[in-house]
Design a protein around this ligand. Structure first.
Ligand SMILES: CC(C)(COP(=O)(O)OP(=O)(O)OC[C@H]1O[C@@H](n2cnc3c(N)ncnc32)[C@H](O)[C@@H]1OP(=O)(O)O)[C@@H](O)C(=O)NCCC(=O)NCCS
Length: 220
């Protein structure tokens, strides 16, 4: 990222350390226009069952019992890149009404629910293990998902990325996602600034309100 852009983000980066500050960018893409990235040789992408997931539960993979419940209840699907028996990374895709637990930066106040039309999936909780980063595995996961998701009636993807997550921004830009909105929640003591994308966006996506939003919106 150019130095000037980094300097512009400095106050926000400092704010994230001392207060609650989340600036999120929304990206969207039709599956048909997603750039195709093959899985590197020796690795494979699989759609996980609950049993598959259970073999990789653990803090080191950021996977717990709650994730198994999402699969069991068909609230989301999970695609994983495997290196033989070893996990290299995964990406989750939810549909329908997406609870705030699936869209946040780790702080409970930043949970932001989403409401999706039937043809749209929400990509979330993407994690590539550090030793596999930079090999376009996020893109390989999305290419594989693009083959499977039309079976579920999904033709578009939406995702959110924290605005300073350079690796994720480079990755989604390369795949062909375009920015379709932004949202923010900045809270310092009693002061709070909140913003949401114009709604609906990307052909029918709506957001709820941040859990930490103290204001009421006109349509609440
Ligand atoms: C963001 C993330 C999913 C990208 O996955 P990926 O498969 O490594 O993506 P790419 O191969 O397209 O690489 C993206 C960028 O990561 C950076 N990168 C490359 N190698 C890297 C490495 N070894 N370690 C860290 N970052 C690296 C590069 O800037 C690269 O872009 P560039 O090659 O154009 O310079 C992955 O970095 C990750 O899991 N990060 C932690 C969790 C996270 O941020 N999830 C996304 C939430 S939206």
């Amino acid at each position: 990222m150019p130095l000037l852009a980094r300097l512009k983000q400095l106050p926000y980066r400092v704010m994230r350390r001392i207060a609650i500050a989340n600036r999120t960018l929304f990206f969207g893409c039709d599956l048909a226009s997603l750039s195709h990235f093959p899985c590197p040789e020796g690795l494979t992408v699989v759609q996980w069952t609950e049993d598959d997931l259970r073999q990789h539960l653990g803090e080191e993979n950021y996977l717990d019992e709650g994730h198994a419940v999402w699969l069991r209840d068909d609230q989301a699907v999970c695609f994983a890149v495997m290196d033989g028996e070893r996990l290299a990374g995964f990406a989750w895709i939810a549909h329908g009404d997406v609870p705030g637990e699936m869209n946040h930066d780790g702080h409970p106040d930043t949970q932001l629910p989403l409401f999706l039309p039937d043809d749209t999936g929400f990509v979330f909780h993407v994690f590539i293990l550090p030793s596999y980063r930079g090999r376009r595995l996020y893109a390989a996961l999305m290419s594989s998902a693009a083959h499977q998701l039309p079976n579920r009636g999904i033709e578009k993807l939406v995702l959110t990325t924290e605005c300073t997550n350079r690796s994720a921004l480079r990755s989604v830009g390369r795949m062909g996602f375009r920015q379709v909105g932004r949202a923010w929640l900045i809270k310092v003591g009693p002061l709070c600034s909140v913003g949401y994308p114009e709604q609906p966006f990307l052909g029918g996506v709506r957001t709820g309100t941040y859990v930490g939003d103290p204001h009421e919106r006109p349509n609440d």
